[in-house]
Design a protein around this ligand. Structure first.
Ligand SMILES: *[C@@H]1O[C@H](CO)[C@@H](O)[C@H](O)[C@H]1NC(C)=O
Ligand SMILES: *[C@@H]1O[C@H](CO)[C@@H](O)[C@H](O)[C@H]1NC(C)=O
Ligand SMILES: *[C@@H]1O[C@H](CO)[C@@H](O)[C@H](O)[C@H]1NC(C)=O
Ligand SMILES: *[C@@H]1O[C@H](CO)[C@@H](O)[C@H](O)[C@H]1NC(C)=O
Length: 224
């Protein structure tokens, strides 16, 4: 959908970085699956893939059986002890940071948060970046009652007199799988991406998906 003739442009405020709160209440581990009209992506799971020193993004994994080493493919949601203040949290799930256990030294793990970073080579989308260290912050995401991953943020219309914000957050599900080369020329992957615009991503390879979490069976749970 292209609204080039529309007077009003629409924006949502992104990159709410969770710097000031402690996100230390952790769900049990879960897998992330794709739900899509595209048969190539439907039912496939997301696994972290390397995009730089210690840095990973979420990639399509074509394997259908991940039980060989599930610890590499599970995530958790870390929330705070504070009650969410926005009414959207009651409808669409309490926001928190998506965490992944980065393996190191063979058998050790460091819990690291996911942050959106603008893709360097794919227009109009952000990648989901897991990077260790204090600068990594964490972008707030949530899972609704049906376990679909969303981003809750306030909606704003640009008008002649300035931005007009909505009164409370809404949930957005602007997930795509895009053929990204990160950094250009180095790695070529299908990566989960967040559409930064309110239109279709400029990159024509991007395919709309939803991200669904499935908690791991409790028996034999290796991660976290
Ligand atoms: C998530 O919460 C767990 C449990 O409190 C904690 O061990 C871990 O460090 C947290 N991860 C992040 C990235 O905050
Ligand atoms: C998946 O892999 C596990 C462990 O290797 C094996 O026990 C199981 O039978 C496999 N499942 C399928 C559906 O292939
Ligand atoms: C933004 O504009 C649309 C279309 O006119 C309208 O339906 C919506 O309520 C507006 N939202 C806000 C927050 O002003
Ligand atoms: C993704 O894009 C790269 C660079 O344009 C191309 O070489 C590659 O074949 C594409 N991969 C797929 C699976 O379409």
């Amino acid at each position: 959908m292209h609204h080039t003739n529309s007077i009003l442009a629409t924006f949502i405020v992104l990159f709410r970085i969770a710097l000031t709160q402690t996100y230390n209440i952790q769900t049990p581990p879960f897998f992330l699956y794709l739900v899509s009209d595209d048969a190539d992506f439907q039912g496939k799971f997301l696994s972290p893939c390397h995009i730089g020193a210690g840095e990973s993004t979420l990639c399509y994994n074509s394997a259908s059986n991940i039980s060989s080493d599930p610890s590499l493919y599970t995530y958790a949601l870390n929330t705070t002890a504070d009650e969410p203040t926005d009414p959207s949290a009651e409808i669409y799930g309490a926001p928190g940071v998506l965490t992944w256990n980065l393996p190191y030294n063979g058998n050790q793990f460091e819990s690291i948060p996911m942050s959106f970073v603008p893709a360097r080579s794919v227009s109009g989308v952000a990648l989901l970046d897991f990077e260790p260290g204090p600068a990594s912050g964490g972008t707030q995401i949530a899972f609704d009652d049906n376990n679909f991953m969303n981003v809750q943020t306030v909606f704003a219309n640009a008008t002649e007199t300035g931005l007009v914000y909505g009164s409370s957050n809404e949930a957005y599900y602007r997930w795509y799988m895009c053929n990204a080369t990160e950094p250009p020329g180095d790695y070529n992957y299908w990566t989960l991406s967040w559409d930064l615009s309110s239109a279709t991503p400029a990159d024509s390879s991007c395919c709309a998906v939803q991200v669904w979490r499935m908690f791991m069976p409790q028996a034999g749970q290796p991660n976290p």
